[in-house]
Design a protein around this ligand. Structure first.
Ligand code: NAD
Length: 486
């Protein structure tokens, strides 16, 4: 764990390097409201140093056999297992989510490393003899160069692992810019990466904010940019980095709709739905945001959700028994509370009010209690904008068609779920849904690391998605060779 007020160093070219930044931002423990470190807002010149180091490492690393590259990730995986609890605790301390949630997200990250270890098989090309008489044709997947990734605050350990292992095993060199709000678990991971026999410059860590992001988008030495964050920034990054000629995948924000049919198994569904809305204090891009109960499902869904949300124990995620932690910052808390005030003004029915919540022994923490609104119309701001907090918006609908009308009119299309015991309704839902991650009796439809992850419309800008086979495609170019021998 970092010393209080420590200004975090970069990791460039195999060395821990202090930043010359004039400005820093505080990193908080959100459960206590304390400052635990400071993130430098690096100037452009420090991005340049990282690109130089990564570019210098590329020729040697790209020629290293895939099986040798994969071994470095086997070692990384082993170290992540050995330090699993330590890293999970850092995630809880810097982000606020409960220790169980931190463990779950880190497990997902470790699984990405495991999938990346399959690089020798996953990077195989293909070929055909005699495409014309005596002429053969083959495709070989080759690394593309220096790749960069920019991460959000809500999954400090996991999201960087959506990218780093795949980029590196594919033979690229890599620069990570973590969220300035949660940089500590990445510092620890890079200390572990130092022990993984990676040549200097293969992996680099640069701290910062907007200026670093813009420099990564513009730098002519970078071939590909991966971004995860809010929709407005995802759109900017996509436009700016593609304009500079780069390959880009930019994952944006979400407003996820959950449909409950009258034939749902309420006893089993409500705990799952509760977890979807309030897990990680609602700070998940796959969190349920709007609940659309169909017909007679309205009353039981609302009453049981309120009861279940009330039973959550809000507090410091490091404490046993706590089931919901704080939100990330005082500013974000104000933002979420502002949405609740607005919902009341807009005329939605506040069925459970999380605003008055106080957590004993943590008076400075950034807590918001679980909140439920009923009668939220799609034209209300709270029914439309991403709140990214523990606030559920209910809207009764007559049938599945009405639910689709509401969902399809929304610009985001990240994830959606249906709760039903009808195979017919589930099939129709999965077929018609325009979001790219669909759950059937699943609250958080998160694809595993061997499947692609990413949404549609304003939730995803790009083509190839995150992890799974798409990752190997994103991080390589398919070179075609056509040959004839006389
Ligand atoms: P954010 O957009 O504020 O920040 C993301 C990254 O962009 C950070 O590293 C930040 O330093 C940088 N950044 C912020 N403002 C910038 C600007 N104006 N110009 C350039 N760079 C800028 O997002 P956040 O608050 O850290 O994360 C929450 C958001 O991320 C939510 O909208 C959530 O839905 C989304 N998210 C999406 C997914 C997904 O898979 N689609 C996954 C996780 C989070």
């Amino acid at each position: 764990m970092a010393e209080a007020q420590e200004i975090l160093p970069h990791f460039i070219g195999g060395r821990w390097t202090p930043s010359s930044a004039k400005e820093t931002v505080p990193v908080h423990n959100p459960a206590r409201g304390q400052v635990i470190a400071r993130t430098p807002l690096a100037p452009k010149s420090e991005v340049d140093a990282a690109v130089k180091a990564a570019a210098a490492a590329f020729p040697g690393w790209s020629e290293t056999p895939p099986v040798v590259r994969a071994r470095t990730m086997f070692k990384f995986r082993q170290l992540l297992e050995e330090h699993f609890e330590e890293i999970a605790r850092i995630v809880t301390t810097e982000h606020g989510k409960t220790l169980d949630e931190a463990r779950g997200s880190l497990r997902r990250g470790v699984e990405c490393v495991e999938v990346a270890c399959g690089a020798p098989s996953m990077l195989m090309g293909y070929g055909l003899e005699n495409v014309s008489s005596g002429i053969d044709c083959s495709v070989m997947r080759q690394p593309i160069g220096v790749c960069a990734a920019i991460a959000p605050f809500n999954f400090p350990a996991m999201v960087p692992l959506w990218f780093l292992p795949f980029a590196v095993v594919s033979g690229n060199t890599f620069i990570l810019k973590p969220s300035e709000q949660v940089p500590l678990s990445q510092k620890r991971m890079f200390e572990l990466l130092e022990k993984c026999d990676l040549p200097p410059g293969v992996v680099n860590l640069v701290h910062g904010g907007k200026e670093v992001v813009e420099a990564l988008c513009d730098h002519p030495g970078i071939r590909a940019v991966s971004f995860v964050g809010s929709t407005p920034v995802a759109r900017l990054v996509y436009q700016r980095a593609t304009h500079a000629g780069k390959r880009v995948q930019a994952l944006g924000g979400a407003k996820n709709f959950i449909i409950v049919m009258p034939d749902a198994d309420f006893d089993r569904s409500i705990p799952i739905i509760t977890e979807s809305f309030y897990g990680c204090a609602g700070e998940r891009c796959l969190a349920g945001s709007v609940l659309l109960p169909v017909g007679d499902a309205h009353k039981p869904t609302r009453d049981l959700l309120i009861e279940s949300a009330r039973s959550l124990k809000v507090g410091d995620g490091l404490e046993p028994g706590v089931t919901m932690g704080p939100v990330i910052s005082a500013k974000h808390r104000e933002r979420v509370l502002g949405y609740v005030d607005l919902g009341v003004k807009e005329g939605a029915k506040l069925a459970l009010d999380g605003r008055p919540l106080k957590v004993q022994d943590r008076p400075e923490g950034f807590f918001v209690g679980p909140t439920v609104f009923d009668d939220v119309s799609p034209s209300m701001v709270i029914g439309n904008e991403e709140i990214f907090g523990p606030v559920a918006a209910l809207r009764a609908v007559k049938n599945l068609d009405e639910a689709f009308k509401i969902m399809d009119a929304h610009p985001n299309a990240n994830a959606t779920s249906i709760f039903t015991s009808s195979g017919k309704a589930a099939r129709e839902f999965a077929h018609r849904a325009t979001a790219s991650m669909v759950g059937v009796n699943i609250g958080v439809a998160a694809p595993m690391s061997y499947f692609p992850f990413g949404g549609a419309r304003d939730s995803f800008f790009g083509d190839l998605k995150v992890h799974g086979r798409d990752a190997f495609q994103f991080y390589t170019d398919g070179k075609v060779t056509i040959s004839r021998w006389f």
